[in-house]
Design a protein around this ligand. Structure first.
Ligand code: TYD
Length: 215
């Protein structure tokens, strides 16, 4: 497999959307057609994965069982890999995914308390072990994250956003365990800082990760 696979992760409210927007404005002119931007749940160019996204994030489905949810995220990811990620990597592209397996480990494994090992296993099965070479993590105090979601957000609030602080604390803790276990893969950015600094540091990390591709 050629190409480069990078994911971006973080708890809700970390400013991932704004940071990504700024980073993409910088990377697009440099990488052109070589850059493929995608997201999870769902995925660029995958009708099936996007249909599962609509289902799994639907706030009108409060009876959804936590394992059903975990399986749907994994199913969406499987389709995303087959239709989007693998073909792009085979074509030597730089694939930048807004969330990937770490989100399931943090939210379903930690947040929903299904167990990080179990969710990791489920995802190894779904992905056949396909993992990003680098992951940018926007690190944020979960209290601040929740405050930001509740006060600043004008767009639709999804099912997970309305969870209690304890849920968000478990999510962050699971992310931190992942970082401890995979220090060579994670690039941690302090997202408690003002947005322009978060963007600047993410950009600097991205340039190091893409040293060969941009050089
Ligand atoms: P989205 O509206 O895309 O939010 P964000 O900008 O925070 O990525 O919704 C994604 C939500 O789905 C987010 O709250 C995290 C959650 N999620 C999981 O719980 N498990 C997963 O495997 C993935 C990919 C996302």
């Amino acid at each position: 497999m050629t190409g480069k696979f990078i994911s971006i992760e973080g708890p809700d409210g970390a400013g991932k959307t704004s940071v990504l927007k700024a980073i993409l404005a910088e990377l697009r002119p440099l990488l052109g057609e070589r850059l493929l931007v995608t997201r999870e749940p769902g995925g660029t160019g995958s009708v099936v994965a996007e249909a599962i996204r609509d289902l799994v994030l639907d706030p009108n489905l409060p009876t959804m069982d936590a394992w059903t949810e975990a399986l749907l995220y994994a199913a969406s990811r499987r389709q995303h890999i087959v239709e989007t990620i693998e073909p792009a990597l085979a074509d030597d592209k730089v694939v930048l995914s807004d969330r990937y397996v770490d989100s399931s480990i943090a939210y379903q494994g930690g947040g929903r308390e299904l167990g990080v090992e179990q969710i990791a296993k489920l995802n190894t099965f779904a992905t056949h072990g396909l993992a990003p070479q680098a992951t940018i993590y926007l690190d944020l105090d979960p209290k601040i994250g929740l405050e930001r979601i509740q006060t600043q957000r004008s767009d639709e609030v999804n099912r997970l956003d309305v969870e209690a602080l304890a849920f968000h604390q478990r999510v962050t803790q699971a992310y931190h365990e992942l970082i401890e276990r995979n220090p060579e893969r994670f690039w941690v950015i302090d997202a408690n800082q003002p947005l322009d600094q978060v963007i600047e540091q993410t950009s600097a990390s991205m340039h190091q990760i893409l040293h060969d591709e941009l050089g």
